[in-house]
Write a protein that binds this ligand. Structure first.
Ligand code: ADP
Ligand code: MG
Length: 265
């Protein structure tokens, strides 16, 4: 497994933003995390992306327990293993598209314009390379962000509502890019409100007020591969003996209901 979360909770005062979640993700898998606003999706992404530590439980990435790493080791994991894509683009407004990609290279101590151009070509933006973010459409800006995230060939792409600001046509372009990356072996975890975006993933898990409320596979072959590799259903529970998978637990709201209602919000 590339990622293992073992009884992970994130607690703010009385609020369990993520509540006792166990989840494994196999290398090469494409997972969607769905749930309405405030259900803990971003909190969970931040833990997986080494930007936040769980209050309880452990997160293990590539066999390394993240709790055991110091700040500079965590920075190395972020830099070398993970590519981040956000709903907000976080592009530097006075730098061109290719320069924005090169900023990411700078953090890897290799600034190479040719490579940055190739990354933009990969997302279909070669002819926009010398435009400023303000001169690009939302979809084009998000593709610059994806090029930036890909600069170090990350094993794991974490995308938090990557199509949240995009129209349908641009959503499709971004999903096609994810499809291409997935075919190349990249593991993708995408947080989304959108049932269409979620349905492109091989597996979906649903959070509701921080609690795992559903899990389903959209791809039987991927499911079989996961089970054969020892992958267990995502679960909630205090101890192993009382752990409950989403299927066994009483689901407060149906999977479809939540994704549909979320989409119409
Ligand atoms: P989502 O991404 O699903 O919309 P979040 O993970 O952002 O949800 O938030 C989950 C819950 O945790 C929300 O109730 C939110 O208000 C709360 N929360 C998130 N970050 C903090 C924080 N730093 N301090 C206190 N509460 C927080
Ligand atoms: Mg969020």
């Amino acid at each position: 497994m590339l990622l293992e979360l073992d009884h992970v909770s994130k607690i703010y005062g009385d609020l369990h933003a993520v509540d006792d979640l166990s989840l494994s993700v196999q290398e090469g898998e494409w997972l969607a995390i769905v749930g309405s606003s405030g259900s803990g999706k971003t909190t969970l992404m931040n833990i997986i992306g080494c930007m936040d530590a769980p209050s309880k439980g452990t997160a293990t990435l590539e066999g390394r327990e993240l709790n055991d790493l110091n700040a500079s080791q965590l920075a190395d994991v972020r830099k070398n293993v993970i590519g981040l894509v956000f709903q907000k683009f976080y592009l530097v407004p006075h730098l061109t598209a290719v320069e924005n990609v090169m900023v990411a290279q700078y953090y890897h101590s290799v600034v190479n314009e040719k490579q940055a151009m190739e990354a933009l070509e990969n997302v279909g933006l070669a002819e926009r390379a010398h435009h400023l973010p303000g001169q690009l459409s939302g979809g084009e800006q998000q593709r610059v962000c994806i090029a930036r995230a890909l600069i170090n060939c990350p094993k794991l792409i974490l995308a938090d509502e990557p199509t949240g600001n995009l129209d349908e046509a641009n959503e499709r372009i971004v999903l096609d890019l994810f499809r291409k990356l997935h075919e190349q072996g990249t593991t993708i975890i995408v947080v989304t409100h959108d049932s269409l975006v979620a349905s492109c993933a091989q597996r979906e898990i649903m959070l509701n007020h921080g609690v795992l409320a559903g899990e389903r596979w959209n791809d039987d072959v991927a499911r079989q591969r996961y089970v054969e590799a020892g992958g267990k259903p995502a679960s909630i529970g205090k101890g192993d003996e009382s752990a409950r998978s989403a299927e066994e637990s009483s689901m407060p709201v149906g999977f479809d209901t939540v994704t549909k209602s979320a989409k119409t919000r």
